[in-house]
Design a protein around this ligand. Structure first.
Ligand code: HEC
Length: 116
């Protein structure tokens, strides 16, 4: 009569151990990164399908999501401001966007950082 009980207790311990091993908590940074990288929904994009093309509104919506969410952690420092005109923004809108950033000035003669 005692044996099955001992077996059940042992099984309980093993279950708890397996649970603990496979559900190791992530570090804070990993948790946050995972929160923002949940499985993306499959979107119906104009760039899919038989006649793929860029939909400027969809592109600009992506830019808005980048600005409001992703830019907290990811920079666009390898993208030139002029390049975002390709998303359908006017040069004036690009200038307004660029005004929100501070970039170091580069001396045109020496190529070094600092005032000309
Ligand atoms: C809280 C900070 C944070 C935010 C906000 C964030 N990311 Fe990330 N992202 C990370 C970190 C850290 C990594 C690298 C760790 C990793 O690969 O899981 C990463 C990696 C990535 C990768 C590479 C993933 C891979 O599987 O190689 C992509 C793509 C990405 N992020 C896109 C985005 C997009 C799009 C957004 C906005 C919707 C976003 N991230 C918002 C922190 C963030």
């Amino acid at each position: 009569m005692v044996r099955p009980l001992g077996f059940l207790v042992g099984l309980g311990f093993i279950t708890a151990l397996v649970f603990a091993i496979f559900t190791t908590p992530l570090s804070n940074e990993e948790n946050i990164a995972h929160k923002f990288h949940e499985h993306p929904k499959h979107l119906k994009l104009a760039s899919d399908g038989l006649l793929p093309h860029w939909d400027k509104q969809q592109l600009q919506r992506g830019m808005q999501v980048y600005k409001e969410v992703c830019s907290a952690c990811h920079s666009l420092h390898l993208v030139a401001f002029r390049d975002i005109e390709a998303l359908g923004y006017t040069p004036g809108q690009v200038k307004t966007f660029a005004k929100g950033f501070q970039v170091p000035s580069i001396n045109p003669d020496t190529g070094e950082l600092g005032d000309a």
